[in-house]
Design a protein around this ligand. Structure first.
Ligand SMILES: [Fe+2]
Length: 229
């Protein structure tokens, strides 16, 4: 568990293979709420060590599946923390009808944590139903797959080349090419991006790769210049 900002932590999970081949590092984000409870975003597989680290912060009150792809940790965490509330992206239940969800995070949903963590269900994409979060007290944007900044170190030259071509390699990584190529409604996506860029943040946590302390607003603006420019 690494401290990222005021009341905000990250915890790196196991490496996975996207589409069965492409190596991805994984990361979950943990916030301690004013209630004293803990909000867990995109939970990685729980291990005794990981749970102990989270338990030190407080009782787990909320589990968040930020898009329909990041589903693996939800059931194992709920089994360990049965009183936690599960929040999921708008299309999550369509993709995972057997995973119990309490509330789908559409844009008109108010959560008990909304004063501390704002959310935007990004609209206009044909496939990805990602919900982006603003952790207000630390000024941190939390993004799962919409922006990726994969570490180059330790990768074979083949995967570095693939990730570079997809626009997701290193600190300059941005919106993956496959996501750019599958926009359904450009105007709707732009409205979502404009809303996010209107938030007050300077830091960025991503699920895959380099996070940013400072300069995040400009980095996110650049990552979306193909839709806003
Ligand atoms: Fe992902």
């Amino acid at each position: 568990m690494q401290s990222f900002g005021e009341k905000l932590w990250t915890l790196d999970g196991d490496n996975v293979r996207m589409f069965g081949v492409l190596p991805f590092t994984t990361r979950m984000t943990v916030a301690r709420l004013n209630s004293g409870g803990v909000w867990v975003h995109s939970p990685v597989q729980p291990t005794p060590e990981r749970c102990a680290a989270v338990n030190e912060l407080g009782p787990v009150e909320h589990l968040v599946a930020p898009n329909k792809i990041h589903s693996l940790g939800i059931e194992p965490w709920r089994a360990l923390y049965p009183s936690a509330t599960v929040w999921a992206s708008p299309a999550f239940t369509e993709r995972h009808p057997n995973i119990a969800v309490d509330t789908l995070l559409t844009n008109n949903v108010e959560a008990p944590w909304s004063d501390e963590i704002d959310h935007c269900a990004v609209e206009g994409h044909a496939v990805l139903d990602e919900v982006v979060f603003l952790h207000k007290s630390s000024g941190t944007l939390i993004i799962t797959d919409l922006i990726q900044k994969h570490e180059a170190a330790g990768e074979t030259w083949v995967w570095r080349g693939v990730k570079h071509a997809a626009g997701i390699l290193g600190k300059d990584g941005g919106v993956p090419l496959d996501i750019k190529l599958s926009v359904r409604d450009k105007a709707a996506l732009r409205l979502s991006v404009d809303r996010i860029l209107g938030w007050d943040f300077d830091n960025l946590v991503v699920a895959h790769g380099h996070c940013l302390h400072g300069g995040a607003k400009e980095a996110v603006r650049q990552a979306f210049d193909w839709i806003t420019g």
